[in-house]
Design a protein around this ligand. Structure first.
Ligand code: KG4
Ligand code: ZN
Length: 341
């Protein structure tokens, strides 16, 4: 086709992702993860992640090209995550992308990881038809964005003031004695409990917060409330009803995320919602979003999980949109930005 062939590289956290996209078509998406190593430490160690990226980078690029039967010389542009993320891992991806761009004499585009989580949806459900709302939720970010054009015009309406949704689940998982990362375990346990058993607080939903933080999230108070509730239970010599705690906690998170997102859709007259990020796997969020979007007449797009977690496809998808929008390439010495807004 006439569209440029874009190679995308993602290394902001623990996944080494390499993908090829032409237009909105995904040719290949190769991912190598170092999560097994991090699980042993109960968290991501940046230095361990950096070394893993370094080892996986060339093999993952080679595997992607091989699976797509594409020669390096056919690539028209290289896109890479410029931020946000861990500075060491980001630097390794950016260095590889810069080397490729220099070696191939092709333009280089440093792109935003969080916007990539929204852009990847176009590979699955087709181009956004107009103004779109994007909710990106993972272990590292919880962000609500108004997307007028994914390549050129994205406005962040709100984000978490403290913990990300997945991070809060991981912390509650630890409180309940579940393995790391706790998110999926809390989800599973929550399905066996009563979501109305305990009324946990909904952060930043009080009238005074709504004025200033209408679309921001806060989950650390909720996590503390869960910790106190468990403590009180233990102090009283009662057995902790883990499934009810998990279900009530998960309901509070899903309630706040969906209520604020749908309010933002109404306020900005948007009728399509895209959800992305690894936390999109959460069943309580999925169920509540499906129900509330149906009631509000909002078209809900949640891609399959492998496109929600970190991958190269999201970066190649955004790179492809940026190239087609005619944006200027990044300079070959652009700095990565671990706290990119
Ligand atoms: O996007 P991701 O794979 O990595 C980050 O960039 O953070 O997101 C993983 C996060 C972790 O915190 C994980 O525990 C959480 O999302 N998570 C879940 C579920 N699946 C993953 N949390 C709750 N329910 C799930 N089903
Ligand atoms: Zn991510």
């Amino acid at each position: 086709g006439g569209d440029p062939l874009v190679l995308g590289i993602e290394t902001s956290c623990d996944e080494t992702g390499v993908a090829l996209v032409r237009g909105d078509e995904l040719l290949v998406d190769a991912v190598a993860s170092s999560m097994d190593e991090h699980a042993r430490y109960g968290g991501i160690i940046p230095e361990v992640a950096s070394r893993a990226h370094l080892e996986a980078m060339v093999p993952t690029i080679t595997r992607a090209l091989g699976e797509a039967d594409v020669d390096l010389s056919e690539i028209d542009a290289v896109a890479v995550t410029a931020g946000p993320g861990l500075v060491g891992p980001l630097t390794i991806g950016a260095s590889a992308a810069k080397a490729l761009a220099i070696g191939l004499n092709k333009p280089l585009y440093g792109v935003n990881h969080v916007i990539g989580h929204a852009a990847v949806n176009q590979l699955v459900d087709g181009p956004f038809s107009g103004r779109t709302m994007a909710l990106v939720v993972s272990g590292g970010h919880s962000s609500l964005m108004l997307v007028d054009d994914v390549a050129t015009s994205v406005t962040e309406l709100g984000s978490t003031l403290d913990d990300a949704a997945g991070e809060a689940f991981d912390k509650v998982g630890r409180l309940l004695g579940l393995p790391y990362p706790g998110g999926p375990h809390v989800d599973r346990l929550a399905r066996e409990g009563d979501p109305e058993a305990i009324r946990f607080p909904r952060g930043l939903t009080a009238a005074k917060d709504q004025a200033k933080h209408a679309y921001d999230f806060s989950f650390s108070g909720l996590k503390t409330a869960v910790a106190r509730w468990i403590e009180a239970c233990v102090d009283a010599g009662r057995e902790v009803p883990a499934a009810d705690v998990a279900a009530s906690f998960a309901a509070a998170v899903a309630d706040v995320l969906t209520a604020k997102t749908i309010a933002a859709c109404r306020r900005h007259d948007v009728d399509t919602l895209v959800v992305g990020g690894g936390f999109s796997a959460n069943s309580q969020l999925r169920d509540m979003a499906a129900k509330r979007c149906a009631e509000a007449g909002i078209d809900l797009r949640i891609p399959p999980i492998r496109y929600c977690t970190d991958n190269g496809a999201m970066i190649a998808a955004l790179g492809s949109a940026v190239v087609r929008a005619g944006a200027a390439p990044s300079s070959l010495d652009f700095p990565v930005d671990s706290s990119m807004p």
